[in-house]
Design a binder for this molecule. Sequence first.
Ligand SMILES: [Fe+2]
Ligand SMILES: [Fe+2]
Length: 184
Amino acid sequence: MGAESFGNANFGGAAGVARGMGTKRTTTTDPAAVLAAAKARVAVELHGVHGVAHWARVRENGHRLARHTGADKELVELFAFLHDCCRESDGTDPGHGARAADYAATLRGSLLVLSDERFGLLFEAIRDHEKGLTRADVTVQTCWDADRLDLGRVGVKPLPKYLCTAAAKDRDTIAWAYRRSRAA
Ligand SMILES: [Fe+2]
Ligand SMILES: [Fe+2]
């Protein structure tokens, strides 16, 4: 699956950006609309190292891990789309997690329809993803691992000691993710 097409989620083109914008209220969360909002929010290069191709691999990593960890797959997907959308640079950019979490909070009740408990997990995963933590709820851990498994795109091979879940620490999983990240 390429970086530009993910089921109903449109990773490329102006049409995808336009869809889902505004203040339309829904009764369920539409991941494609959240993706469109994230793309519209991005201030760094949309096709750079923290852009949509990275989000797509984090999403796929997360789905693979969730089959083993039992993580909330919808939250993992929303994390993939939102966690780096408020970067102000492609450098270390401390605080970009907190900015993205605050941005996610602005989408509650419109694009994000989640219980307090589930939104709390998403908020924590986004806010703290840059901090190198490993202890959290398994859905939060799965989000962080999905992101860290994509470090090969910047020349860093993921090490098990920096990963949270047994599923992510699996040698075959690391090799699979590393190959994909290096091919980016
Ligand atoms: Fe990040
Ligand atoms: Fe990331």
